[in-house]
Design a protein around this ligand. Structure first.
Ligand code: ADP
Ligand code: ZN
Length: 296
């Protein structure tokens, strides 16, 4: 059986065809232009295969409420041409297969829960610190949506005492995305984040912010694994700094070996390398097919 997946990002779209064990058979990546420039090429890629279902992990915000008239739409985005765009409807119509749909970060945690570092977990989160900050939440065996879907990248943080940077979120002066995303690092220090590897102060401040968010997610979601990734986490020195600061912040309050001697196995990069998002999208397609055929 073949399943299609799309990791739909604001800058690029990764598309793949996979079998049901997550073995990718073919993939393409193309820049995200306007829908009418990009989607025809994607549909043509999938039309070369007999896929049974498609899954889309998509940049948001999204309407994930199956009871809503605009279920399957990208909602309020500044991205030209994509606001109120019915992406699920487009592919249902073009490919005539069931289409699973969720946020890009929920797709990524689903990939890791199915085939990666969070395999077997009931509760796990995926945090990406890149151009933005996003958090995918898998809770009690399913992806968390709730009122809309979690937007935990906008969690409010206490400022580092030496940080005078104004923040880059237009909505919140003190949120994680505004203070800790890759572009925020670049703007604060006057150089792209990737060129600041040797500057200890940069990463001490970054770990200060990431650890606050992680500690808050631990006390709220109680995840069994925390997968941290995105461009900024390519600075791998951040992992031990975040782990040790998380322990300081929790201050012994949450008792578990994962927060003690096993913390190196708890706050970790993905096991699927750069592919949790695309594999999670494939899994979204499989779950939609099961739902349609009454297995779930
Ligand atoms: P996106 O969030 O757009 O999906 P990424 O997760 O790759 O993509 O994040 C890209 C951002 O991550 C860049 O804008 C840059 O600020 C930051 N970044 C990329 N590479 C590095 C690196 N090696 N070290 C630190 N920051 C990086
Ligand atoms: Zn914000």
């Amino acid at each position: 059986m073949l399943i299609g997946g799309i990791e739909a990002g604001g800058t690029k779209m990764v598309c793949a065809v996979s079998d049901e064990s997550g073995q990718l058979k073919d993939r393409i990546s193309l820049p995200t232009g306007r829908p009418e420039e990009t989607l025809g090429e994607i549909a043509a890629f999938f039309q070369k295969y007999e896929i049974e279902a498609l899954g889309i992990g998509c940049f948001g915000p999204l309407d994930l409420d199956r009871g809503s008239a605009t279920y399957g739409y990208i909602t309020k985005t500044p991205k030209a041409g994509w606001e109120h765009f019915d992406i699920v409807g487009y592919f249902k119509n073009a490919l005539k297969v069931p289409v699973g749909f969720d946020t890009d970060v929920n797709g990524a945690i689903l990939g890791e829960v199915t085939w990666g570092a969070a395999k077997g977990c009931d509760c796990a989160i995926y945090i990406t610190v890149g151009t933005g900050v996003g958090v995918g939440v898998y809770s009690n065996g399913r992806l968390l949506h709730g009122l809309v879907h979690p937007e935990a990248g906008h969690i409010l943080l206490a400022r580092h005492p030496e940080d005078n940077y104004k923040g880059r979120c237009p909505f919140h002066p003190n949120c994680m995305e505004g203070l800790a995303s890759g572009p925020a690092i670049g703007e604060r220090w006057g150089k792209p984040a990737a060129e600041l590897a040797g500057c200890d102060k940069v990463w001490e401040m970054e770990a200060y912010y990431i650890a606050q968010a992680v500690a808050d997610y631990i006390v709220t979601y109680s995840p069994q694994k925390i997968i941290l990734w995105g461009g900024v986490m390519h600075q791998e020195q951040l992992f031990p700094m975040v782990r040790s600061r998380v322990r300081e912040l929790l201050n012994g309050y949450v008792h578990h070996e994962m927060l003690g001697e096993k913390i190196d196995e708890y706050i970790i990069p993905p096991a699927l390398g750069e592919d949790p998002g695309i594999l999670g999208a494939v899994r979204l397609g499989m779950l939609e097919l099961e739902l349609r055929s009454g297995d779930r």
